[in-house]
Design a protein around this ligand. Structure first.
Ligand code: SAH
Length: 460
């Protein structure tokens, strides 16, 4: 069979059996080895599909008739599941989701990382995989004279109103509804992206899971908000737990949500929350994990894998606001954190101070530049933790790790494909992947987070 061979034609209607799920939640069926991706299909299902698009190595199809359903197929709990697109796996039972995520991690480690028989544990799921998000952020529009807020209909700029989001902490939804209706009452107009007129672009709500503290952020096109004083007074009066009302001004014609200027309209600049015993200050723009309950599970695992006894020097590359660093600092002699965003490092230093943690040092910069410099200056890590963005670790950083020879590397990953690629490099450089623990940070969505423990091989 030649590589160019495509066994089907566009608009063909064919019967298939789905074998797998893609990383974005589509079903995969193969015709003579040629893979077809189909939305809303699950592994094990038999269906008639219509071929809609053919590329060189793969194609797409649409589901026409489902003959045999997966035992894990369920009715999506959310009435706007299809329109919204924010969750991709609500048609798969939670048990099915966890199995699929475990398989995804194992398969990609084998296929991309060439790691046969690596120990991948069953995914740590949530007891209640709903209402976990601590941050809600919705675009605001107008419909029949009133304000609406929710989500953009898939592949459009139309804003659909949403009363409840099932993965949002319930109080966030209630606050959003209230703020939306108060703004409407005071005559605030929604931003219109076509005319670049109107005021309110987005509303964001952040809440502290442990503390119950609430921050409301109004993202506006102009510095002025009609009836601002009264409007803020009403929000403060009607939102229980409110600690902070903030305005962010975004004057630009852009679909980037935030602008440069942030003003506190009432209360504090921060709200607080805890992960385990560590207290964090969260500002409007701070990066903070959106699922605090599972974050604790993930960091506990990272800490366990680090296996600290109080004598170690630890490096936390890609440290963000210092969440993992501060967790590790409680058990290490010294922790160094590096992160590229200056504001995140300011937050990290503040968070260290807030917790009276003095054995950490943070630096702004690229991990692949700062860590080699530390190494030259004589900093030698016993344990190195990385938690890179989706694109994975920079190649230079991986080479520095291989030279520096920390006893252990703990790799926290939000993208199994780049995890697999990077583990291969570290394996070839003298490390052994001992075990991998996936953690479900984003139930109902296709995302999967995993933490891997690597140990330096004795012969290297
Ligand atoms: N460990 C943190 C943040 C992880 S997200 C936490 O759990 O909260 C990944 C972080 O890597 C982001 O904060 C991003 O700003 C940062 N980053 C991206 N590229 C980087 C680079 N080249 N060097 C250092 N940090 C980088």
């Amino acid at each position: 069979m030649s590589k160019q061979y495509v066994p089907i034609k566009k608009n063909d209607e064919i019967d298939v059996i789905f074998e797998d799920l893609t990383h974005d939640g589509k079903g995969v069926a193969k015709v003579d080895g040629y893979p077809l991706f189909v939305a809303n299909a699950l592994p094990g299902e038999k269906a008639k599909i219509k071929v809609s698009k053919l590329n060189k190595g793969y194609g797409f199809g649409r589901l026409i008739d489902l003959y045999e359903k997966s035992e894990f197929r369920i009715e999506p709990a959310c009435p706007i599941f299809v329109e919204c697109g924010g969750c991709q796996l609500q048609h798969l039972s939670y048990e099915g989701q966890l199995q699929a995520k475990e398989k995804q991690v194992r398969d990609v480690l084998e296929r991309v990382g060439k790691l046969e028989n690596v120990k991948v544990h069953p995914v740590f799921g949530m007891e209640n995989p709903w209402h976990y998000r601590n941050k809600a952020q919705v675009p605001i529009g107008e419909h029949e004279g009133g304000l609406v807020g929710g989500f953009y209909k898939q592949r459009s700029h139309e804003i659909v109103d949403m009363e409840a989001c099932l993965i949002q902490q319930e109080e966030n939804d209630a606050v959003l509804q209230k703020v939306k209706s108060i703004c409407g009452e005071f005559g605030v107009r929604a931003y219109n992206e076509k005319t670049h007129k109107g005021t309110l672009r987005h509303i964001m709500v952040r809440s502290g899971k442990v503390t119950g503290e609430i921050m409301v952020v109004l993202i506006t096109r102009t510095p002025d908000i009609p009836n601002r004083r009264k409007l803020v007074e009403r929000i403060v009066k009607e939102v229980p737990g409110i600690k902070s009302v903030v305005q962010n001004v975004n004057t630009k014609r852009t679909n980037v949500i935030f602008g440069e200027q942030t003003n506190v309209l009432w209360g504090e600049e921060f709200i607080f929350d805890y992960i385990g015993d560590v207290k964090f200050a969260i500002s409007t723009r701070s990066f903070y994990q959106v699922n605090p309950e599972q974050t604790k599970v993930l960091y506990d695992k990272a800490l366990e894998y680090a296996g600290l006894n109080g004598e170690e020097t630890v490096i936390d590359a890609y440290c963000g606001i210092g969440t993992i660093s501060l967790f590790l600092a409680q058990r290490a002699k010294k922790v160094y954190g590096v992160e590229i965003v200056p504001e995140a490092i300011e937050d990290a230093r503040r968070n260290a101070e807030l917790n009276g943690i003095t054995n950490v040092e943070f630096e702004v910069g690229e991990a692949e530049k700062v860590i080699p410099r530390w190494y030259e200056q004589g900093v030698k890590a016993d344990v190195l933790v990385v938690d890179p963005p989706r694109k994975g670790c920079d190649e230079t950083l991986l080479q520095t790790i291989i030279e520096m020879k920390p006893e252990k590397v703990v790799y926290v990953s939000c993208n199994p494909a780049t995890l697999a690629r990077d583990l291969r490099v570290l394996e070839d450089g003298g490390y052994e992947t001992v075990q991998v623990q996936p953690v479900d940070m984003f139930p109902q969505s296709v995302h999967v987070e995993a933490v891997a423990l690597l140990q330096r091989r004795l012969s290297h």
